[in-house]
Design a binder for this molecule. Sequence first.
Ligand SMILES: C[S@@+](CC[C@H](N)C(=O)[O-])C[C@H]1O[C@@H](n2cnc3c(N)ncnc32)[C@H](O)[C@@H]1O
Length: 365
Amino acid sequence: MVESNVICPSCKKNSVNVRYQTFWMCSECGEKYSCVSGIPKLYLEESLGMTDKGLRDKVYKYMAWFYNFWNPFFMLPVRPIKISLKHWLVYFLLVFSFIFMVYNVIDLIAFRGIENVTIKDFLLFAALVIFIFVFSKQQRYAYLLLLAIPIKIIVSIRSFVPKKSISSVHDEFLKEYLESDKRIKMLDIASGTGQALYRRGYMNLNADYTAVDLSAGMIVQGRDLMVKQKAPVDFILADATNLPFKSGTFDICTNYGAFNGFADTKSALKEMIRVTKKGGKILILDEQEYPEATWLEHVYYKKVFACYNTLAGSPVDLLPEELEDMQVHQVYEFIYVFSARKKLDVQKENEIKTDLVKTKNGVLT
Ligand SMILES: C[S@@+](CC[C@H](N)C(=O)[O-])C[C@H]1O[C@@H](n2cnc3c(N)ncnc32)[C@H](O)[C@@H]1O
């Protein structure tokens, strides 16, 4: 249980020791933290970054319940066809509906004559207006509809082969823990629906897990998954840039698919390192373009894949001096994995092992 390592986000003392299913309270400063569906909300609304709050309230609040369907939709052209068939089906349904609606308007005006308008024409026109309105507000979807097929063709022709696959990067990362009998503590930050925590091999560890996220809708689904699996996971609503844990609590600290979108990536990395034990490891997976990306892939990456991001790629430019054995692997066309170990001794020199090279503006190419 992580509870003994919790600190108050307000006064930073290890004194959040009044605990009910309805709220937790810091006995030192008196700050009360409400519980949402039994999960303590250990963050202060006023200290949240604007973009983090915006995404929580405008995106995850509504999308959380179909996140596991909706999120892979944006990766449509870069996922193997056999695992994205239902997404392609939705894609073609949308494209053909749009073409049909436009065709109907042209047919009415140019051939049948506007005086012959029917209720069906009116409904189709209304649907077209709504379609255009939604896609102009959510340009990410519009770009996806436009670019999915050309990008699929480009990535199929070029067929990117990573120097190390995502599973071998994870196998290497976890090896020492799998070989040891010691029970460890692991933290998954921005855990969302818990997919990465559940699927990336961590469940084979001899570990107590803690999962944190900003969005109640997302984390409740993560909890439901782990309840089903009877996995030893504590869930806490927390802000990645102000984690409510004592320094040096966790052996492993991970962050999947969220880091580059944080309002304050520097503080998020600092916090990740702070709560990790000396000698412990961190792993971040998020978006980064592969060096050979064409102009059109770049447009897709910017407008669809990474449209909410504040950071262009892996956090190597933040170069924290507390880390060593830093590695960056481009595991897919648009995904990197960054891993590192927290130094036992901060005086040691830094060196990054990367299968990429650095350009002058700091973006990996
Ligand atoms: C793309 S989802 C990734 C979910 C999960 N890690 C996965 O791989 O399926 C991004 C998650 O980051 C969370 N998030 C965004 N800003 C956050 C912050 N400042 N602190 C904690 N979580 C945050 C969102 O609520 C969302 O659940």
